[in-house]
Design a protein around this ligand. Structure first.
Ligand SMILES: [Zn+2]
Length: 109
């Protein structure tokens, strides 16, 4: 119980028979389609809207579950984990300056 295995919390949920039943119910509810992009293709996953890691009490709450395709699920998870801000670099600044120059003077002599 005290092991630092918080990353495996969702595994403890998804490995249960209760989850298998709930998972099917969520897929039925959402029409076997991703709630974000609407695709029915590829592997559909059940996303915990509030992560099990922080909201274990909602692990089996249907209102906390949504059907998502793998790309949408991955995207959401990455946002939750905090996207790093774009790295500032001299190259990026030079490129931005070049674009600005081109916009100001599209036909340099
Ligand atoms: Zn999707």
């Amino acid at each position: 119980m005290n092991r630092p295995d918080y990353q495996r919390h969702s595994k403890r949920v998804t490995a249960t028979r209760r989850w298998q039943v709930l998972r099917h119910a969520i897929l039925e509810r959402d029409g076997w389609a991703c709630v974000d992009c609407g695709t029915r293709r590829g592997r559909l996953e059940i996303d915990h809207v509030k992560p099990v890691r922080t909201h274990p009490e909602l692990a089996f709450d249907p209102t906390n579950c949504a059907t998502r395709c793998q790309p949408c699920h991955t995207k959401k998870t990455r946002i939750e984990c905090g996207h790093p801000a774009p790295v500032q670099s001299p190259e990026r600044d030079a490129w931005a300056q070049a674009v600005a120059d081109l916009a100001a003077n599209p036909n340099p002599a």
